[in-house]
Design a protein around this ligand. Structure first.
Ligand code: NAD
Length: 320
């Protein structure tokens, strides 16, 4: 008899977790998806199902949750925020690597399936700028990128050595209309939408021509679900798959927004994030994801802009 799918989402309160957890609950049932994060209380959007306070650094606590609840799959989304990570080398290495190793160790013991997200930050200034391929020079320029490269190889190692069914994606900048953004290099995009709806001038921290790879959150969630649904033999890359949906610059985004809100104005004051953006590829080649498990993005810049402006406008969240 097939085992019932019971998932544990570690880092459920973050940007991806708060969208992925409800989506998993729609699929598998509210009680079959456990949300877990550092915070003691579950936020409003996770109240529909079980929630646990969990520190991924505590391996025995993960074992306890897994055995008590007969978990079959872990989505490990817990991370030290990027900006903080760049400040504290020891903490970032310890958390981002040991946290993942804890999850992989538990998966090895209990034969669990794992999803863990990597990032296009694995690429650095020596990687190709345009259509950056899956297999290329990988010399990350940030500590975050270094931990992602290490994480990718750990995933592959646990797959090769112990048969752990671990799957991963190299996400580009994700754009989500839910909740506060976290000072990431690509967060100017959602900030622009909010400012445009409030009829406020936006002060952009990147130069207007800086083109970066991006993805709208509904596509990111679908990519996770489709990768996890793929048959094991379809998943030929066990480090992490390149995935992308669109590439655009602040200038391209302004043009898309002013199609709906013509009065929107932007100033440019590049800050430290410009240097980080300059080291990223401008676009990503994801043909392996397309060929191996059928990845196809649904949202381009126009479709995303229409959706984000409609949803934020409906919720009136830009006034909060
Ligand atoms: N959001 C993006 O644009 C993006 C892009 C590429 C990759 N990723 C990757 O996706 C993953 C999730 O990203 P996100 O944007 O949701 O991050 P986030 O910072 O919004 O959320 C991370 C969550 O992890 C939790 N956490 C921190 N320490 C923890 C611990 N010790 N134990 C348990 N939980 C802990 C935090 O409380 C937070 O709720 C990360 O690995 C990130 O690197 C995100």
């Amino acid at each position: 008899m097939e085992k019932k799918e019971i998932s544990l989402v570690i880092g459920s309160n973050g940007q991806i977790g708060k969208v992925l957890t409800p989506e998993l609950r729609k699929r598998y049932g509210e009680e079959a998806v456990l949300a877990a994060d550092l915070a003691a209380c579950n936020p409003e959007y996770l109240k529909s199902g079980p929630y646990f306070q969990l520190d991924v650094m505590e391996k025995l606590a993960i074992v306890d949750l897994v055995t008590r609840n007969k978990i079959t799959t872990i989505y490990h989304l817990g991370e030290i925020p990027f900006a903080g990570g760049e400040r504290s080398v020891g903490n970032t290495l310890n958390f981002n690597i040991s946290g993942l190793v804890n999850v992989l160790d538990v998966a090895k013991i209990f034969s669990l399936k794992v999803f863990w997200p990597s990032s296009v930050d694995v690429f650095g200034p020596t990687s190709p700028k345009q259509s950056c391929p899956q297999h290329t020079i990988i010399e990350p320029a940030t500590l975050y990128g270094i931990t992602k490269v290490a994480g990718e190889h750990l995933c592959n190692y646990y797959y090769e050595q112990y048969g752990v069914d671990v799957r991963s994606l190299r996400f580009p900048g994700l754009i989500s209309h839910t909740g506060k953004q976290g000072g990431r290099t690509t967060d100017y995009a959602i900030e622009m939408y909010y400012h445009a709806l409030k009829n406020e001038t936006y002060n952009c921290f990147l130069k207007k021509e800086t083109t970066l790879p991006m993805m709208y959150m509904p596509d990111a969630i679908r990519a996770i679900l489709e990768l996890m649904d793929a048959m094991p033999e379809q998943v030929k890359i066990r480090t992490a798959y390149n995935v992308s949906a669109m590439s655009f610059s602040p200038d391209n985004l302004i043009a898309a927004i002013t199609g709906y809100l013509p009065g929107f104005t932007v100033k440019f004051t590049p800050d430290y994030r410009q240097r980080l953006a300059d080291r990223w590829p401008a676009s990503i080649d994801h043909k392996e994801a397309v060929n191996d498990w059928g990845w196809q993005p649904k949202y381009d810049l126009k479709a995303m802009t229409e959706d984000v402006l409609y949803i934020i406008g409906q919720k009136n969240t830009y006034n909060k």
